[in-house]
Structures are given as structure tokens and as C-alpha cells.
Design a protein around this ligand. Structure first.
Ligand code: ARG
Length: 462
């Protein structure tokens, strides 16, 4: 057990208390940010004349050496320290002696941990954004290839109207595009540096907070030292954005799982992204989709957990806040893994075009088009709806699709049908005529695709 605060204590900490209180088992992932923050703090202290140039040089070199040693495995982060901050500081003192003891001047672990977490979160959000961008790219590629891959569109999981695979993928493009936008907003709002807030009420040293904010890559310093050390809003916001990403992935997975089933057979998963059964030799299971769908629960859990942890905390820092880490880390790792795996799975899916088209034909998804046809011939929509309803009933009895009826059969239901009905209810015509912006018709889709191409070129649009 190695601590930074032994002075006013007369007894050793109870072992269980020590273990319960310690956070090094999980906050060690922050070692880089902790060192980065300390280097900036020391640089500013020297600039303000609080450290001598020599002390500053020793501290900076020592910290860089510690970083190098951790990265090449020479220095192990051991659990005899309470947290990563104590570990780095103790190692620095061990390495450079007296000067090391001055690093913590004008700083508290409260503003230190707030800084480390923000630095870490910023990097992870940027990484996540890159993964989402890759997913969007895969979606766009599929869209471009499948403008004429017809499939049923569903409502209530019942075949509703025909659409295309490009159109269906486009819906997910919109969802993940919004997700990137939300992440960007979160990054913008959290872009304030808490370093220099001290324990809660600033310090009496003449710290230059603008300077540390700038060299650490923040837009500006925070404006209230109490809020600086006790704000976890950005993590809650992030976890809610991550929850929405997982909800999107989970819905997509649900469709992949359905489409991969024997009943649908719209797709076949690549062998690299499917698993077998230990007992049933015929099985090829969509475990990745199921796991991504399942992991949604952990991310929602992390959000609820942190919201609950924060709800009753008086200002300013309280140890409850240490609980933010495992939840945030797990949420971030889970979402990054899920996006990466999902993207790989989607990229390698085999789309069974014929099956999709056949399914669209069979489900009366052109019934609205048949009604619209009658409307164009002067029948009021409500009557047209009734006539086509009867047509569907006839087809169901007979066991066929609207497209398969003969002229004589059409006339049995209504004399208004003419030869051009065949073209009007053909799957291709039904889709291609839908050319309002946002609809699946080729022209409309091409317009949207070109907007998406610009989206990738101009990051400003995000
Ligand atoms: N391990 C602590 C955390 O993650 C660091 C801050 C400790 N501050 C304190 N006053 N005990 O929140």
C-alpha cells in the first residue's frame, strides 16, 4: 500500500478499505493522459515562476521517461498504489527526488482526474467517429450497388410496399449520420479544460489556466472550479449517445438475424462472421448479430448507472464519482467493438437478390400501386382500395400474386382494368415511380447518394 496522504493518520488503512477505495485496477488506462496533464501543469508552473527551470526540466524528463517505460513494458503499473495519479507521482519522486514533490503544487487529484477523463474521452470519441464513418462508407457502397435490388418494405413486419436494398440501407445511413452529429456536439460541449480548479475552489498560486487549456488542446478553460471537479455531464451525454448507437445497431442486427434465417433467406452471412452449433451440424448461426443486440443492454445499463450515481451528489467532488470510470470505459469499449464487428459482418454479407425480389412479389406489396392505378382511371381512392382488396382476396384463394393474374381475372373483379395494369403493378415500375425525395425510385436515390458523397468530402456538413 502506497499513499500520498499519510501525514494526518496514525493507523494503517484497513486492507479491505484500501482495496475498496482504490481505483488503479481500472484507472490505469489513463496513464498517458495523466502524464500529458502533468507535463502541461509543470510547464505552466515554470512559466509562472512557481517552479525553477531546472525543476521543470527534471519533472518533464522524468515524466517522459515514465511514459516510455510503461509503454515498453519496463515499468508495470502495480496495484500497490491507490490510483494512477499516485502511481505516476510516486514513480516520479522515486526517479528525480525532491523536484518530483513539487509537481502537485496548485493541483488536486480532483481536477487532475477530471482532466484525465476528458482527455481520454475526447480521443475515444474521435476513434468512435472514425469507426462510424467507415460503417457509413460500407453502407454507401452497398447502396450504390443495389439501386435495383428489389425487396419488400415492411410495416408491422408485414410486407407493405416494394422498395430496394439501397433504400433500406439508406435508412441506416441516416441513423448513423445523426449519431456522428451527436458525438460531434458532445465533443464541442466538453471542450473546456478543468485543470487549475484545484480541489474545488481554485488555488492561491498564480496559475495560467488559459495557457494549460491551450497546450492541452481545449477550446477554453472551465469557468467554475466547483463545477469543473464535479461535472460528469459529458460522460452521461456520451453514454446516452452511445445507447442510441447501440439501439441502431441492435435494430440492424435484428434484421440481419431475420434475413439470415431459413424463412427469409435474404442474405447469407460470411463464414468468417458466423458460428456453428456443437450438436446440430446444419447450423450457421448469426452469433455476432445476436451479441451486438445483446450488448445493447450493458450500454443502457452504464447510462442508467451513472445517472443514478450522480443524482444525489452535493457539490463538489465526492468519491461516488470514481464510479464513472468502469461504466464509461465499458460503454466506450463495447460500442467501439460492436461498430467494428458489425461493419466487418455487413461488408461480407452475401445479398440474395432473387429471394428478395421473389418475396416482394409474393407479399402483395404492389397492392397500393394497383389502387393508385384505378385512381388514375378516375376511381375514387376509397373505392379503389375496396376493389384491390377483393383482388387480393381472389389471389389468396388462388395462391398467386397480383402480377400473375390474367386480364380476364382482373375483369372479374372490375371492368376498369386495362392492358396497362400489367406494367403498373410490375415490381420495377412500382419502385421506379416512387421518385419523391427520400423514396426508393432510382432518380430519387441517385440524388440522395450524391448528397452522401458530398457528406464524405465536406466534413463541415456533419
Ligand atoms: N481515484 C479518484 C477518482 O477517480 C481520483 C480523485 C481522488 N480524489 C479524492 N479526493 N480522493 O475519482
Amino acid at each position: 500500500m502506497a499513499q500520498l496522504w499519510g501525514g494526518r493518520f496514525t493507523k494503517e488503512t484497513d486492507k479491505m478499505v484500501y482495496a475498496f477505495n482504490a481505483s488503479i485496477s481500472f484507472d490505469q488506462v489513463l496513464y498517458k493522459q495523466d502524464i500529458q496533464g502533468s507535463i502541461a501543469h509543470a510547464m505552466m508552473l515554470a512559466r509562472q515562476g512557481i517552479l525553477t527551470e531546472k525543476e521543470h526540466r527534471l519533472i518533464e524528463e522524468g515524466l517522459k521517461e515514465i511514459l516510455r517505460e510503461i509503454e515498453c513494458g519496463e515499468l508495470n503499473i502495480t496495484e500497490e498504489f491507490e490510483d494512477i495519479h499516485s502511481f505516476v507521482e510516486a514513480n516520479l519522486i522515486n526517479k528525480i527526488g525532491e523536484a518530483g514533490k513539487k509537481l502537485h503544487t496548485g493541483r488536486s487529484r480532483n481536477d487532475q482526474v477530471a482532466l484525465d477523463m476528458k482527455l481520454y474521452t475526447k480521443i475515444q470519441v474521435e476513434k468512435m467517429d472514425g469507426l462510424l464513418k467507415e460503417l457509413l462508407f460500407v453502407l454507401l457502397t452497398i447502396m450504390k450497388e443495389h439501386l435495383h435490388t428489389y425487396m419488400p418494405g415492411f410495416t408491422h413486419l408485414q410486407k407493405a410496399q416494394p422498395t430496394t436494398l439501397a433504400h433500406h440501407m439508406g435508412a441506416y445511413f441516416e441513423m448513423f449520420k445523426r449519431d456522428r452529429h451527436r458525438l460531434k456536439g458532445c465533443l464541442k460541449r466538453m471542450d473546456e479544460c478543468p485543470l487549475g480548479a484545484g480541489a474545488l475552489a481554485g488555488t492561491t498560486y498564480p496559475l495560467d489556466r488559459e495557457y494549460t487549456a491551450k497546450i492541452l488542446g481545449f477550446e477554453r478553460p472551465t469557468l467554475n472550479s466547483m463545477d469543473s471537479v464535479s461535472d460528469r455531464d459529458y460522460l452521461i451525454e456520451l453514454l446516452s449517445h452511445l445507447s442510441i448507437i447501440m439501439m441502431h445497431l441492435s435494430r440492424f442486427c435484428e434484421e440481419i438475424i431475420l434475413w439470415n434465417s431459413n424463412e427469409y433467406q435474404f442474405i447469407e452471412l460470411d463464414d468468417a462472421y458466423a458460428t456453428g452449433s456443437s450438436i446440430m451440424p446444419q447450423k450457421k448461426n448469426p452469433d455476432i448479430g445476436e451479441l451486438v443486440r445483446g450488448k445493447t443492454g450493458r450500454v443502457y445499463g452504464a447510462l442508467l448507472s451513472l445517472l443514478t450515481t450522480m443524482k444525489g451528489i452535493p457539490l463538489a467532488y465526492n468519491k461516488d464519482m470514481q464510479e464513472d470510470k468502469e461504466m464509461a470505459f465499458d460503454g466506450i469499449d463495447t460500442v467501439q467493438n460492436c461498430i467494428a464487428l458489425f461493419t466487418g459482418m455487413l461488408k461480407t454479407v452475401k445479398w440474395k437478390k432473387e429471394r428478395m425480389e421473389e418475396s416482394a412479389k409474393k407479399g402483395f406489396s404492389n397492392a397500393t400501386d394497383a389502387a393508385d392505378y384505378l385512381v388514375k382511371k378516375g376511381v375514387p381512392f376509397r373505392d379503389a382500395h375496396e376493389i384491390v382488396g377483393r383482388l387480393v382476396l381472389y389471389c389468396m384463394d388462388k395462391g398467386g400474386a397480383i402480377d400473375d393474374l390474367s386480364m380476364e381475372e382482373f375483369h372479374r373483379v372490375s371492368p376498369i382494368f386495362e392492358q396497362d395494369i400489367f406494367e403498373a403493378v410490375s415490381l420495377k415500375a412500382c419502385v421506379e415511380r416512387r421518385c419523391t425525395l427520400g423514396a426508393p425510385g432510382k432518380e430519387a436515390m441517385e440524388k440522395v447518394i450524391s448528397i452522401y458523397e458530398t457528406y464524405f468530402e465536406e466534413e463541415a456538413l456533419l
